[in-house]
Design a protein. Structure first.
Length: 94
């Protein structure tokens, strides 16, 4: 049985999703699902499209699932410029 994590999607579906802008263009992809102390999904760690690997936290609020064929993407109300302006999340070295 698959458990719904957020937005009617399972954690696996969230992790498989691309983040798209209001114009439908891909702006990033989900790298990690982050939960609050109660276990509710509150934000996603997203790798932004563009040069280099840049990660930001995107709040789950403001994202809407969009089905495209067999894929489900997450559409954001944030512009690419606003996403680029979010503070970068530094990941630990592998």
């Amino acid at each position: 049985m698959t458990t719904t994590a957020a937005l009617g999607l399972s954690e696996a579906q969230l992790l498989d999703a691309d983040i798209v802008g209001s114009d439908g263009r891909e702006v990033g992809e989900v790298a990690q699902v982050l939960r609050d102390a109660s276990g509710m999904v509150e934000r996603l760690l997203v790798e932004l499209e563009g040069p280099g690997d840049r990660y930001v936290h995107v709040p789950i609020l403001g994202l809407t699932p969009v089905v495209r064929g067999t894929d489900t993407d997450l559409q954001t109300t944030m512009t690419k410029a606003r996403l680029d302006a979010l503070p970068e999340v530094k990941l630990p070295a592998p």
